[in-house]
Design a protein around this ligand. Structure first.
Ligand code: FES
Ligand SMILES: [Fe+2]
Length: 349
């Protein structure tokens, strides 16, 4: 049974990845080819030629059209065939689906599902990634595991202590209780962990220059199905925001994950780290890029192992959940509801 949530915007790529080369991505099981027209507009088409299903991503971009690499069917930006070999008449059905595309916050978002609903569904926001007040490092790691495992992983950061010790984990992360709030109407899950007096992990010590103990806040917002925001605040111990909300003596890091299911058992793990300090310091950028990529790969390794375990186990395995799982369980509930809503065969099930 599919866990996919359709009728949603998903991140297909960073804008910087889409250009005059054809880029293949599989999103919710749908093969898609992405490219940019001469005037810079991003285009997303189904990546299968309507003739004999040759991948258009293995074909050739000629001006703004794709010429199929097998027999030359030629497609315009709307997916309609504008030329076929050996005859003047182009069959009426000679077209591939085109996907609604929006570029926002450094991402190329594509709509998966009923295209008629795209215009009325807002594209999720991660404004820091394209804000000149922030410096951003980012990447994407392919994950050989189902998307729900990554959601679980991100909703419970107590694993930082064990999986990411020496990078972002310290003992206090796992020791400090969380608070969880669920806005069922808006479909958002909030998980917060505020550490008043804690060790500063290398990730923050190296990037901020803070020495000694810190106040460290982690405020998560998960917008199912695919956008995860971690508002991270670190400051010298005891330094709190002002009553008016300004917070000049703290360091703020906005960690963004876009979780894009590729197949039932693989996922694109887009990650970005935006900071409001040392914006022009290339060394800090290099450090955070390498460090965060290492942390993401530690998760990727663990989740790839879990996917194998799940694939090999008999049905009916019972997990044991505790307080730290409250946010993850709420996310699962909302995702299951959304999957049912987007799949007419599952309504009411
Ligand atoms: S498969 Fe594309 S033209 Fe034949
Ligand atoms: Fe992690």
């Amino acid at each position: 049974m599919s866990e996919f949530v359709r009728d949603q915007w998903y991140v297909a790529a960073y804008g910087s990845e889409v250009g005059r080369e054809l880029l293949a991505r599989t999103i919710l099981g749908e093969p898609i080819v992405l490219y940019r027209t001469g005037d810079g507009t991003a285009v997303a088409l189904a990546d299968r030629c309507v003739h004999r299903r040759f991948p258009l991503s293995e074909s050739k971009l000629v001006d703004d059209t794709i010429v199929c690499g097998y027999h030359g069917f030629t497609y315009g930006t709307d997916g309609a065939c504008v030329a076929v070999p050996g005859q003047k008449r182009i069959p009426r059905t000679a077209r591939v689906p085109s996907y609604p595309v929006v570029e926002q916050d450094s991402f190329v978002w594509v709509w998966i599902g009923d295209a008629g609903k795209a215009a009325t569904t807002p594209v999720p926001r991660a404004p820091w990634l394209a804000d000149p007040g922030y410096a951003t490092v980012c990447g994407m790691e392919p994950l050989n595991a189902r998307a729900s495992l990554l959601v679980d992983n991100l909703m419970d950061l107590s694993h930082e202590t064990y999986l990411h010790g020496g990078y972002i984990g310290t003992p206090e992360v796992a020791e400090t209780p969380i608070t969880t709030e669920v806005d069922d109407e808006a479909g958002v899950v909030y998980v917060s962990r505020h550490m008043d007096d804690t060790e500063c992990p290398p990730f923050y010590a190296e990037s901020t220059g803070l020495a000694g103990r810190i106040t460290r806040w982690q405020d998560i917002e998960f917008h199912p199905p695919c956008l995860y925001l971690l508002h991270s605040r670190v400051a010298p111990v005891g330094v709190l925001p002002n009553a008016d909300g300004t917070d000049p003596d703290a360091f703020h890091v906005e960690v963004v994950y876009a979780i894009t299911p590729s197949t039932e058992n693989s996922t694109y793990d887009f990650w970005a780290v935006a900071r409001d300090f040392a914006q022009d310091d290339a060394e800090v950028s290099d450090y955070l890029r390498e460090s965060n990529r290492t942390v993401v790969l530690q998760d990727v390794d663990a989740l790839n192992v879990l996917e194998k375990v799940i694939a090999d186990e008999p049905a009916g395995y019972q997990e044991l959940s505790i307080n730290i799982d409250t946010g993850g369980l709420a996310a699962r509930r909302i995702l299951a509801r959304m999957a049912r809503a987007g799949d007419p065969t599952k309504v009411g099930s």
